[in-house]
Design a protein around this ligand. Structure first.
Ligand code: CTP
Length: 421
């Protein structure tokens, strides 16, 4: 066997970080306690800097107890240590949540009238804003302009979620879920400041996620164990890199990724229709979903009853279309870039990589992400390792780490291809 061509490794996940967690004056501050826990439980050292007004929502005692560090908004506390300069300079990552309209405005205009805004001016590390406010405030031209300014300076400003706001009203403006902010924070820290360039801006990417269900009758189905976690990690990572993202979610029970259009499907037939439709104006399609390969030949319109004689029904199956192959065959030229996934085990005939290469050739896609499942399944786990095979013959090995890291490496390879075509 010849040696495989150019092998690249993905950058390592970040070790313990010094994180500044800025807290703005929004009711969503209570959700940030959960974010703080996620950060500290991962071993990061977190310094919480609340604004004075935010202490109406969550008090300093809560932040100090959860972080194990002082939590003051006051620039004049411990002046001899010059905290308004030192904290920002020493930070590896600044996360502001909830980032209110007022905080975004202050940050965009370089105000420095408290410890948090001063820290934002002295920090030279990546900065992530997770906004939360009423829809009218988010959509106001002043806020829109402030967000544009912050993004143009390299800060990552998440899109708020849609849903129930403080009172009975609902709309865009909810704080993204703590785990979404946490996942993105880890990604941002790993990529560093330069990595915050929105290199997928203006690109439309379509990601399928989850596992399809094929119904036997109104209550029973054939399904699989795919959780949709990897697909959602791909979606949130692409959105963070500036892409317009459509997720085709097959029976996924996870919170929607922030700033992403989610279309729900159940069966392989529905997924096929959505994939082929969305692919028409897509730059990239990633098939991270696990479509069922077979479906019952017939679906009963009524619940199948137990037979009194104890016999079980014979279920005849028929094969589902292969969406990935159909997509590759139907595309015009090199667009969209098509990425497939494969879970493989080595056997007497070939290694995992050899099976992956054969599948890549068979399916005709541009990249194939191969998970080695010989040692057990990866379904539903937060971490994974993979080998990404490129149709140009190269390979990229991604060590065990969060699914966002694998997603990020997939987007690196896709961005390179988009640049070439
Ligand atoms: N896929 C698809 N349509 C299907 C089955 C799979 O588009 N009906 C896609 C998956 O989303 C994945 C890729 O094809 O990106 C590979 O899936 P896999 O199940 O490994 O492919 P199969 O052709 O079913 O291969 P195997 O016989 O090894 O199961």
């Amino acid at each position: 066997m010849t040696a495989p061509p150019a092998s690249a490794g993905a950058p390592a996940a970040p070790g313990p970080l010094r994180v500044v967690l800025g807290v703005g004056a929004g009711i969503a501050a209570y959700k940030v306690c959960e974010l703080l826990r996620l950060l500290t439980e991962s071993g990061h050292r977190v310094r919480v800097i609340p604004t004075a007004a935010s202490l109406h929502f969550v008090g300093a005692a809560t932040w100090e107890a959860l972080s194990g560090a002082p939590a003051t908004e006051d620039v004049f506390a411990d002046v001899h240590e010059v905290p308004h300069v030192r904290i920002g300079r020493d930070a590896d990552l600044v996360v502001v949540a909830p980032a209110t309209a007022d905080l975004l405005a202050k940050a965009a205009h370089g105000r420095a009238d408290d410890l948090l805004t001063s820290t934002l001016l002295t920090a030279r590390c990546p900065v992530l804003f997770a906004p939360a406010m009423h829809t009218e405030m988010w959509e106001h031209p002043a806020t829109v302009a402030n967000v544009v300014t912050l993004r143009s300076r390299g800060a990552l400003v998440m899109e708020p979620d849609e849903g129930r706001l403080t009172g009975a009203d609902s709309g865009k403006g909810r704080l993204p879920e703590p785990v979404q902010i946490f996942d993105l924070a880890r990604l941002v820290a790993r990529r560093g400041r330069a990595g915050l360039e929105p290199d997928l801006a203006g690109r439309h990417v379509v990601v399928s996620a989850g596992g399809t269900r094929e119904y036997l009758d109104p209550v029973r189905y054939l399904g699989n164990r795919s959780s949709g976690r990897q697909g959602y990690a791909l979606a949130s990572t692409a959105a963070a890199r500036g892409a317009v993202v459509t997720v085709l979610a097959a029976n996924v029970a996870l919170p929607d990724p922030a700033g992403v259009d989610v279309v729900r499907v159940e069966t392989t037939a529905e997924l096929r229709e959505q994939v082929l439709g969305a692919a028409v104006d897509a730059d990239v399609v990633v098939m991270a979903a696990a479509p069922a390969d077979f479906r019952p030949r017939t679906t009963s319109g009524v619940k199948i009853k137990r037979a009194p004689d104890g016999s079980a029904p014979d279920i005849a199956l028929t094969q589902n279309p292969d969406i990935l192959t159909e997509l590759v065959v139907s595309r015009a030229g090199k667009r969209p870039v098509v990425v497939g996934f494969a879970a493989e085990t080595g056997d007497g005939t070939a290694s995992v990589e050899e099976h992956g290469r054969a599948k890549l050739a068979r399916k005709g896609c541009d990249l194939l992400v191969v998970n080695d499942v010989s040692a057990g399944a990866v379904f539903g786990q937060p971490d994974t390792a993979a080998l990404i095979l490129d149709a140009d013959g190269s390979r990229t090995s991604v060590p065990v780490g969060p699914k966002e890291d694998l997603a990020d490496t997939v987007w690196d390879l896709v961005a390179r291809r988009l640049g070439d075509c």
